[in-house]
Design a binder for this molecule. Structure first.
Ligand code: CU
Length: 454
Protein backbone atom coordinates (compact mmCIF):
# COMPACT_ATOMS: atom_id res chain seq x y z
CA UNK A 1 0.00 0.00 0.00
CA UNK A 2 1.16 3.48 -0.75
CA UNK A 3 1.45 5.56 2.40
CA UNK A 4 2.12 9.23 2.83
CA UNK A 5 5.38 8.36 4.58
CA UNK A 6 6.46 6.35 1.58
CA UNK A 7 5.54 9.18 -0.75
CA UNK A 8 7.73 11.62 1.16
CA UNK A 9 10.65 9.17 0.98
CA UNK A 10 10.18 8.55 -2.72
CA UNK A 11 9.71 12.19 -3.49
CA UNK A 12 12.74 13.40 -1.57
CA UNK A 13 14.90 10.79 -3.28
CA UNK A 14 13.55 11.88 -6.64
CA UNK A 15 14.31 15.52 -6.08
CA UNK A 16 17.53 15.14 -4.15
CA UNK A 17 18.77 12.77 -6.84
CA UNK A 18 18.04 15.28 -9.56
CA UNK A 19 17.62 13.10 -12.61
CA UNK A 20 15.97 10.17 -10.86
CA UNK A 21 12.50 11.18 -12.01
CA UNK A 22 9.19 10.34 -10.48
CA UNK A 23 8.04 7.37 -12.51
CA UNK A 24 9.39 3.87 -12.71
CA UNK A 25 11.41 4.18 -9.51
CA UNK A 26 13.09 0.92 -8.48
CA UNK A 27 14.42 -0.12 -5.13
CA UNK A 28 17.94 -1.44 -4.52
CA UNK A 29 16.99 -4.98 -5.64
CA UNK A 30 15.63 -3.63 -8.92
CA UNK A 31 12.03 -4.31 -7.98
CA UNK A 32 9.57 -1.67 -9.09
CA UNK A 33 8.45 0.60 -6.28
CA UNK A 34 4.82 1.44 -5.76
CA UNK A 35 3.74 3.95 -8.34
CA UNK A 36 4.78 7.33 -7.00
CA UNK A 37 1.75 9.57 -6.89
CA UNK A 38 1.81 13.29 -6.98
CA UNK A 39 1.32 15.08 -3.70
CA UNK A 40 -2.34 15.56 -2.98
CA UNK A 41 -1.80 17.68 0.11
CA UNK A 42 -0.86 21.11 -1.07
CA UNK A 43 -1.09 22.50 2.44
CA UNK A 44 2.00 20.52 3.42
CA UNK A 45 5.14 22.60 2.93
CA UNK A 46 6.93 21.91 -0.34
CA UNK A 47 10.64 22.15 0.39
CA UNK A 48 11.48 20.26 -2.79
CA UNK A 49 10.37 23.25 -4.82
CA UNK A 50 12.00 26.02 -2.80
CA UNK A 51 14.62 28.09 -4.56
CA UNK A 52 14.17 26.63 -8.03
CA UNK A 53 14.79 29.07 -10.88
CA UNK A 54 11.88 29.53 -13.30
CA UNK A 55 12.11 26.87 -16.01
CA UNK A 56 13.38 28.13 -19.36
CA UNK A 57 12.52 26.84 -22.86
CA UNK A 58 15.43 25.03 -24.48
CA UNK A 59 17.34 24.63 -21.23
CA UNK A 60 14.60 22.92 -19.22
CA UNK A 61 12.08 21.83 -21.83
CA UNK A 62 11.23 21.61 -25.49
CA UNK A 63 8.22 23.89 -26.03
CA UNK A 64 4.96 22.28 -27.11
CA UNK A 65 3.42 22.96 -30.49
CA UNK A 66 -0.27 23.85 -30.55
CA UNK A 67 -1.32 23.45 -34.20
CA UNK A 68 -3.51 26.38 -35.32
CA UNK A 69 -2.77 28.14 -32.03
CA UNK A 70 0.22 29.16 -29.90
CA UNK A 71 1.53 29.40 -26.35
CA UNK A 72 0.71 32.32 -24.06
CA UNK A 73 3.68 34.69 -23.56
CA UNK A 74 4.99 35.14 -20.02
CA UNK A 75 7.61 37.11 -18.15
CA UNK A 76 9.47 36.61 -14.88
CA UNK A 77 8.97 39.13 -12.08
CA UNK A 78 10.98 38.50 -8.91
CA UNK A 79 11.27 34.79 -9.67
CA UNK A 80 7.56 34.37 -10.47
CA UNK A 81 6.26 33.54 -13.95
CA UNK A 82 3.56 36.07 -14.80
CA UNK A 83 0.82 35.42 -17.38
CA UNK A 84 -2.17 37.50 -18.46
CA UNK A 85 -5.31 35.85 -19.80
CA UNK A 86 -8.00 38.07 -21.28
CA UNK A 87 -11.41 36.42 -21.62
CA UNK A 88 -13.16 38.07 -24.57
CA UNK A 89 -15.45 37.61 -27.58
CA UNK A 90 -13.54 36.35 -30.63
CA UNK A 91 -14.55 36.02 -34.29
CA UNK A 92 -13.19 32.59 -35.06
CA UNK A 93 -12.77 30.61 -38.28
CA UNK A 94 -13.32 26.82 -37.99
CA UNK A 95 -12.38 26.06 -41.58
CA UNK A 96 -12.41 28.15 -44.75
CA UNK A 97 -16.07 29.09 -45.26
CA UNK A 98 -17.22 28.88 -41.65
CA UNK A 99 -16.76 31.59 -39.04
CA UNK A 100 -18.57 32.10 -35.77
CA UNK A 101 -18.82 34.54 -32.93
CA UNK A 102 -17.17 32.68 -30.05
CA UNK A 103 -15.72 33.46 -26.65
CA UNK A 104 -12.07 32.74 -25.98
CA UNK A 105 -8.92 34.22 -24.52
CA UNK A 106 -6.41 36.73 -25.90
CA UNK A 107 -8.04 36.90 -29.31
CA UNK A 108 -7.99 33.13 -29.77
CA UNK A 109 -10.31 30.15 -29.63
CA UNK A 110 -9.43 28.19 -27.64
CA UNK A 111 -7.18 30.16 -25.33
CA UNK A 112 -3.43 29.96 -25.97
CA UNK A 113 -1.50 27.13 -24.30
CA UNK A 114 -0.13 28.00 -20.88
CA UNK A 115 3.29 26.37 -20.59
CA UNK A 116 5.41 26.12 -17.45
CA UNK A 117 7.77 23.82 -15.60
CA UNK A 118 7.17 21.75 -12.48
CA UNK A 119 8.28 23.82 -9.50
CA UNK A 120 7.57 27.17 -11.19
CA UNK A 121 5.72 29.76 -9.14
CA UNK A 122 3.08 31.24 -11.41
CA UNK A 123 0.90 34.34 -11.16
CA UNK A 124 -1.90 34.42 -13.70
CA UNK A 125 -3.99 37.55 -14.17
CA UNK A 126 -7.43 37.06 -15.67
CA UNK A 127 -9.14 40.09 -17.17
CA UNK A 128 -12.82 39.70 -18.05
CA UNK A 129 -13.84 41.44 -21.26
CA UNK A 130 -16.86 39.18 -21.75
CA UNK A 131 -20.37 40.58 -21.42
CA UNK A 132 -20.96 38.15 -18.51
CA UNK A 133 -19.17 37.20 -15.32
CA UNK A 134 -16.55 34.45 -15.50
CA UNK A 135 -13.81 32.62 -13.57
CA UNK A 136 -10.96 30.29 -14.51
CA UNK A 137 -10.48 26.79 -13.12
CA UNK A 138 -7.05 25.13 -13.47
CA UNK A 139 -8.32 21.66 -14.23
CA UNK A 140 -6.26 18.84 -12.74
CA UNK A 141 -3.85 21.05 -10.85
CA UNK A 142 -2.95 20.42 -7.22
CA UNK A 143 -3.26 23.83 -5.65
CA UNK A 144 -4.64 25.71 -2.65
CA UNK A 145 -8.42 25.57 -2.51
CA UNK A 146 -8.85 29.33 -2.90
CA UNK A 147 -7.05 29.24 -6.28
CA UNK A 148 -9.26 26.52 -7.76
CA UNK A 149 -11.51 28.95 -9.59
CA UNK A 150 -15.03 27.63 -9.05
CA UNK A 151 -17.05 30.84 -9.11
CA UNK A 152 -19.21 31.21 -6.04
CA UNK A 153 -17.57 28.28 -4.22
CA UNK A 154 -13.88 29.24 -4.14
CA UNK A 155 -13.98 32.89 -5.19
CA UNK A 156 -16.20 35.71 -6.29
CA UNK A 157 -17.36 35.82 -9.91
CA UNK A 158 -15.01 37.95 -12.01
CA UNK A 159 -17.39 40.65 -13.22
CA UNK A 160 -17.03 42.25 -16.66
CA UNK A 161 -14.14 44.72 -16.58
CA UNK A 162 -12.49 43.18 -13.49
CA UNK A 163 -9.04 41.56 -13.33
CA UNK A 164 -8.40 38.75 -10.85
CA UNK A 165 -5.07 37.32 -9.75
CA UNK A 166 -4.32 33.62 -9.25
CA UNK A 167 -1.01 32.58 -7.70
CA UNK A 168 0.36 29.12 -6.89
CA UNK A 169 3.35 26.80 -7.26
CA UNK A 170 3.18 23.99 -9.80
CA UNK A 171 3.80 20.80 -7.82
CA UNK A 172 3.30 18.32 -10.66
CA UNK A 173 3.84 17.93 -14.36
CA UNK A 174 1.67 16.74 -17.20
CA UNK A 175 -1.06 17.71 -19.62
CA UNK A 176 -3.80 19.78 -18.05
CA UNK A 177 -6.32 22.42 -19.03
CA UNK A 178 -7.95 25.63 -17.97
CA UNK A 179 -11.55 26.63 -18.50
CA UNK A 180 -14.30 28.91 -17.36
CA UNK A 181 -16.00 27.65 -14.20
CA UNK A 182 -18.89 30.08 -14.31
CA UNK A 183 -21.97 29.19 -16.38
CA UNK A 184 -19.93 26.38 -17.93
CA UNK A 185 -22.69 25.23 -20.22
CA UNK A 186 -22.66 28.56 -22.03
CA UNK A 187 -19.05 29.61 -21.68
CA UNK A 188 -17.35 26.31 -22.53
CA UNK A 189 -19.74 25.80 -25.45
CA UNK A 190 -18.59 29.17 -26.79
CA UNK A 191 -14.93 28.23 -26.47
CA UNK A 192 -13.51 29.38 -23.11
CA UNK A 193 -10.99 26.58 -22.60
CA UNK A 194 -7.25 26.18 -23.18
CA UNK A 195 -4.38 23.70 -22.71
CA UNK A 196 -2.10 23.93 -19.68
CA UNK A 197 1.15 21.99 -20.08
CA UNK A 198 3.59 21.56 -17.21
CA UNK A 199 6.96 20.12 -18.20
CA UNK A 200 8.77 17.88 -15.71
CA UNK A 201 11.68 19.47 -13.81
CA UNK A 202 13.61 16.19 -14.03
CA UNK A 203 12.21 14.18 -16.94
CA UNK A 204 12.32 10.41 -16.54
CA UNK A 205 12.12 9.91 -20.30
CA UNK A 206 14.07 11.59 -23.10
CA UNK A 207 12.58 14.90 -24.22
CA UNK A 208 10.44 14.68 -27.35
CA UNK A 209 11.64 16.41 -30.52
CA UNK A 210 8.06 17.22 -31.48
CA UNK A 211 5.52 17.71 -28.73
CA UNK A 212 1.98 18.45 -29.98
CA UNK A 213 -1.05 19.42 -27.92
CA UNK A 214 -4.66 19.28 -29.13
CA UNK A 215 -7.81 20.51 -27.43
CA UNK A 216 -10.85 18.51 -28.59
CA UNK A 217 -14.22 20.21 -28.76
CA UNK A 218 -17.70 19.99 -30.26
CA UNK A 219 -20.08 22.70 -31.35
CA UNK A 220 -23.55 23.27 -32.71
CA UNK A 221 -23.58 25.97 -35.35
CA UNK A 222 -26.81 25.87 -37.30
CA UNK A 223 -26.42 26.43 -41.01
CA UNK A 224 -26.81 30.10 -41.79
CA UNK A 225 -26.06 31.23 -38.23
CA UNK A 226 -22.81 32.46 -36.75
CA UNK A 227 -23.25 31.79 -33.04
CA UNK A 228 -22.44 28.39 -31.50
CA UNK A 229 -25.58 27.18 -29.71
CA UNK A 230 -24.80 26.41 -26.05
CA UNK A 231 -28.23 24.85 -25.51
CA UNK A 232 -27.41 21.85 -27.67
CA UNK A 233 -27.13 18.62 -25.67
CA UNK A 234 -26.69 15.84 -28.20
CA UNK A 235 -26.67 16.87 -31.84
CA UNK A 236 -23.34 18.59 -32.46
CA UNK A 237 -22.33 19.35 -36.03
CA UNK A 238 -18.79 20.74 -35.77
CA UNK A 239 -15.94 18.74 -34.20
CA UNK A 240 -12.54 20.28 -33.73
CA UNK A 241 -8.83 19.85 -33.03
CA UNK A 242 -7.73 23.16 -31.50
CA UNK A 243 -11.02 24.69 -32.67
CA UNK A 244 -10.43 23.80 -36.34
CA UNK A 245 -12.27 21.24 -38.49
CA UNK A 246 -10.73 19.45 -41.46
CA UNK A 247 -9.87 20.81 -44.01
CA UNK A 248 -8.96 23.69 -41.66
CA UNK A 249 -6.61 21.63 -39.45
CA UNK A 250 -2.87 22.30 -39.77
CA UNK A 251 -0.84 19.08 -40.19
CA UNK A 252 1.76 17.81 -37.71
CA UNK A 253 5.15 17.75 -39.40
CA UNK A 254 8.02 15.52 -38.23
CA UNK A 255 11.46 14.48 -39.42
CA UNK A 256 12.09 10.77 -39.81
CA UNK A 257 13.02 9.31 -36.40
CA UNK A 258 11.85 12.31 -34.39
CA UNK A 259 10.69 11.40 -30.90
CA UNK A 260 7.01 12.33 -30.86
CA UNK A 261 4.57 13.16 -28.09
CA UNK A 262 0.92 13.89 -28.79
CA UNK A 263 -1.24 15.28 -25.99
CA UNK A 264 -5.03 15.18 -26.27
CA UNK A 265 -7.39 17.13 -24.05
CA UNK A 266 -11.17 16.90 -24.28
CA UNK A 267 -13.30 19.76 -23.00
CA UNK A 268 -16.27 19.32 -25.31
CA UNK A 269 -19.74 19.36 -23.82
CA UNK A 270 -20.83 15.73 -24.09
CA UNK A 271 -18.78 13.47 -26.37
CA UNK A 272 -15.81 11.21 -25.78
CA UNK A 273 -13.39 10.79 -28.66
CA UNK A 274 -11.38 7.68 -29.60
CA UNK A 275 -8.56 9.38 -31.49
CA UNK A 276 -6.88 6.97 -33.88
CA UNK A 277 -3.42 7.45 -35.41
CA UNK A 278 -2.60 5.47 -38.53
CA UNK A 279 0.71 3.72 -39.18
CA UNK A 280 1.96 3.48 -35.61
CA UNK A 281 1.52 1.64 -32.34
CA UNK A 282 2.25 3.53 -29.16
CA UNK A 283 1.88 3.45 -25.39
CA UNK A 284 -0.23 6.02 -23.59
CA UNK A 285 2.37 7.37 -21.19
CA UNK A 286 0.37 9.90 -19.23
CA UNK A 287 -3.11 10.75 -18.07
CA UNK A 288 -4.13 13.98 -16.38
CA UNK A 289 -3.49 12.08 -13.14
CA UNK A 290 0.21 11.63 -13.89
CA UNK A 291 2.60 9.23 -15.56
CA UNK A 292 1.69 5.63 -16.23
CA UNK A 293 4.49 3.32 -15.07
CA UNK A 294 6.07 1.41 -17.92
CA UNK A 295 4.92 -1.90 -16.47
CA UNK A 296 1.29 -0.77 -16.83
CA UNK A 297 1.54 0.71 -20.33
CA UNK A 298 0.19 -1.22 -23.25
CA UNK A 299 0.38 -0.61 -26.96
CA UNK A 300 -2.58 1.14 -28.53
CA UNK A 301 -3.61 2.59 -31.84
CA UNK A 302 -6.56 4.65 -30.55
CA UNK A 303 -6.76 6.87 -27.49
CA UNK A 304 -10.15 7.30 -25.88
CA UNK A 305 -10.23 10.78 -24.37
CA UNK A 306 -13.31 11.42 -22.28
CA UNK A 307 -14.72 14.84 -21.46
CA UNK A 308 -12.50 16.44 -18.82
CA UNK A 309 -9.60 14.05 -19.44
CA UNK A 310 -6.19 14.33 -21.02
CA UNK A 311 -4.02 11.59 -22.50
CA UNK A 312 -0.48 11.73 -23.88
CA UNK A 313 1.17 9.11 -26.06
CA UNK A 314 4.67 8.74 -27.47
CA UNK A 315 6.33 7.04 -30.42
CA UNK A 316 9.22 7.42 -32.83
CA UNK A 317 8.27 8.80 -36.24
CA UNK A 318 10.11 6.03 -38.07
CA UNK A 319 7.74 5.49 -40.99
CA UNK A 320 7.61 8.25 -43.59
CA UNK A 321 4.34 9.25 -45.20
CA UNK A 322 1.12 11.17 -44.69
CA UNK A 323 -0.62 9.43 -41.81
CA UNK A 324 -4.20 10.21 -40.84
CA UNK A 325 -5.08 11.01 -37.23
CA UNK A 326 -8.79 11.26 -36.52
CA UNK A 327 -11.64 10.50 -34.16
CA UNK A 328 -13.06 7.07 -34.86
CA UNK A 329 -16.67 8.09 -34.19
CA UNK A 330 -17.73 8.35 -37.81
CA UNK A 331 -20.06 11.29 -37.25
CA UNK A 332 -17.18 13.19 -35.61
CA UNK A 333 -15.31 13.28 -38.91
CA UNK A 334 -18.19 14.99 -40.67
CA UNK A 335 -18.92 18.68 -40.91
CA UNK A 336 -21.90 20.87 -40.52
CA UNK A 337 -24.01 20.55 -43.69
CA UNK A 338 -26.49 17.71 -43.55
CA UNK A 339 -27.17 14.76 -41.20
CA UNK A 340 -30.81 15.64 -40.70
CA UNK A 341 -32.22 14.10 -43.88
CA UNK A 342 -34.00 10.85 -44.79
CA UNK A 343 -32.04 7.72 -45.60
CA UNK A 344 -31.69 7.71 -49.38
CA UNK A 345 -29.20 4.84 -49.70
CA UNK A 346 -30.27 2.61 -52.60
CA UNK A 347 -33.06 4.95 -53.76
CA UNK A 348 -33.64 5.14 -57.53
CA UNK A 349 -33.75 8.90 -58.14
CA UNK A 350 -34.82 8.51 -61.79
CA UNK A 351 -35.77 11.87 -63.25
CA UNK A 352 -36.44 13.40 -59.83
CA UNK A 353 -33.64 15.95 -60.25
CA UNK A 354 -35.16 17.09 -63.54
CA UNK A 355 -38.65 17.41 -62.07
CA UNK A 356 -37.62 19.25 -58.93
CA UNK A 357 -35.03 21.21 -60.90
CA UNK A 358 -37.84 22.92 -62.82
CA UNK A 359 -39.04 24.38 -59.51
CA UNK A 360 -35.69 24.64 -57.72
CA UNK A 361 -32.95 25.38 -60.23
CA UNK A 362 -29.73 23.49 -59.43
CA UNK A 363 -31.50 20.88 -57.26
CA UNK A 364 -29.53 17.67 -56.94
CA UNK A 365 -30.45 14.50 -55.07
CA UNK A 366 -27.55 13.32 -52.95
CA UNK A 367 -27.08 10.39 -50.66
CA UNK A 368 -28.35 7.50 -52.78
CA UNK A 369 -24.87 6.00 -52.61
CA UNK A 370 -23.50 7.94 -49.62
CA UNK A 371 -22.25 11.44 -48.87
CA UNK A 372 -18.61 11.07 -49.92
CA UNK A 373 -19.05 13.39 -52.88
CA UNK A 374 -20.73 16.29 -51.10
CA UNK A 375 -17.60 18.42 -50.79
CA UNK A 376 -16.55 17.59 -54.33
CA UNK A 377 -19.88 18.79 -55.76
CA UNK A 378 -19.65 21.96 -53.71
CA UNK A 379 -16.06 22.58 -54.73
CA UNK A 380 -16.77 22.08 -58.41
CA UNK A 381 -19.77 24.41 -58.25
CA UNK A 382 -22.47 21.79 -59.03
CA UNK A 383 -23.98 22.34 -55.67
CA UNK A 384 -24.19 25.31 -53.38
CA UNK A 385 -24.08 25.51 -49.61
CA UNK A 386 -25.70 28.36 -47.71
CA UNK A 387 -23.54 31.31 -46.69
CA UNK A 388 -21.21 30.63 -43.75
CA UNK A 389 -21.49 26.83 -43.84
CA UNK A 390 -19.19 24.03 -44.90
CA UNK A 391 -19.94 20.74 -46.66
CA UNK A 392 -20.11 17.49 -44.74
CA UNK A 393 -16.75 16.25 -45.85
CA UNK A 394 -13.37 17.33 -46.61
CA UNK A 395 -10.89 18.68 -48.99
CA UNK A 396 -8.77 17.87 -51.99
CA UNK A 397 -6.05 15.25 -51.56
CA UNK A 398 -3.11 14.18 -53.71
CA UNK A 399 -5.02 11.27 -55.33
CA UNK A 400 -8.69 12.15 -54.93
CA UNK A 401 -11.02 14.07 -52.68
CA UNK A 402 -10.44 13.24 -48.97
CA UNK A 403 -13.89 12.33 -47.67
CA UNK A 404 -13.27 13.33 -44.07
CA UNK A 405 -14.09 16.43 -42.03
CA UNK A 406 -14.21 17.48 -38.38
CA UNK A 407 -11.74 15.71 -36.10
CA UNK A 408 -9.28 14.79 -38.84
CA UNK A 409 -5.69 15.89 -39.32
CA UNK A 410 -2.49 14.53 -40.86
CA UNK A 411 0.91 13.54 -39.48
CA UNK A 412 3.53 14.22 -42.17
CA UNK A 413 6.77 12.32 -41.61
CA UNK A 414 9.64 13.05 -43.98
CA UNK A 415 13.32 12.44 -44.48
CA UNK A 416 15.57 15.44 -45.11
CA UNK A 417 13.28 18.26 -44.03
CA UNK A 418 14.85 21.70 -44.20
CA UNK A 419 12.19 23.09 -41.87
CA UNK A 420 9.01 22.02 -40.13
CA UNK A 421 6.85 23.99 -42.57
CA UNK A 422 4.18 21.96 -44.36
CA UNK A 423 6.17 19.89 -46.89
CA UNK A 424 3.16 19.27 -49.15
CA UNK A 425 1.94 15.79 -50.06
CA UNK A 426 4.10 12.72 -49.61
CA UNK A 427 5.92 11.47 -52.69
CA UNK A 428 5.49 7.71 -52.61
CA UNK A 429 8.31 5.43 -53.67
CA UNK A 430 7.49 3.77 -56.97
CA UNK A 431 5.27 0.73 -56.65
CA UNK A 432 4.19 1.34 -53.05
CA UNK A 433 0.69 2.73 -53.67
CA UNK A 434 -2.46 0.61 -53.87
CA UNK A 435 -3.63 0.77 -57.47
CA UNK A 436 -5.93 -0.74 -60.04
CA UNK A 437 -5.27 -4.46 -60.44
CA UNK A 438 -4.24 -5.39 -63.96
CA UNK A 439 -5.74 -8.24 -65.94
CA UNK A 440 -2.45 -10.11 -65.72
CA UNK A 441 -2.45 -9.68 -61.87
CA UNK A 442 -5.93 -11.15 -61.74
CA UNK A 443 -5.07 -14.00 -64.10
CA UNK A 444 -1.85 -14.85 -62.24
CA UNK A 445 -3.62 -15.12 -58.89
CA UNK A 446 -6.77 -16.76 -60.15
CA UNK A 447 -9.09 -13.92 -59.06
CA UNK A 448 -12.42 -14.05 -60.91
CA UNK A 449 -14.35 -10.78 -61.06
CA UNK A 450 -17.95 -10.87 -62.21
CA UNK A 451 -18.49 -8.22 -64.85
CA UNK A 452 -22.09 -7.47 -63.89
CA UNK A 453 -23.05 -4.12 -62.39
CA UNK A 454 -23.78 -4.10 -58.66
CU1 CU B 1 -15.09 11.96 -31.62
Amino acid sequence: MFTRRKFITTSSVAFAGGATGLANARDARGKPESVPRQDKSYSRSLPAYEGLAPGQPGRDYTPVITPNNQSLPWKVVDGVKVYHLIAEPVDHEFAPGLKAKCWGYNGRVHGPTIEAVEGDKVRIYVTNKLPAGTSVHWHGLLLPNGMDGVAGLNQKIIRPGETFKYEFTLVQHGTHMYHSHHDEMTQIALGTTGPLVIHPRNPSRPRPDRDFVFMLHEWRIDVGTSRPNPNEMTDFNIFTFNARSFPGTAPMVARLDDRMRIRLINLGAMSHHPIHLHGYQFPIVETDGGQIPESAQQLETSVLTAVGQSRAFEFTANEPGDWAMHCHMTHHVMNQMGHDFPNLIGMQAGDLDQQIGSLLPGYMTMGTDGMGEHGMHVQSGHMQVPKNSIPMVGGPGPFDYITMGGLFTILKVRENLASYDDPGWYEYPQGTVASLASDSDLRRDGIQVARSQP
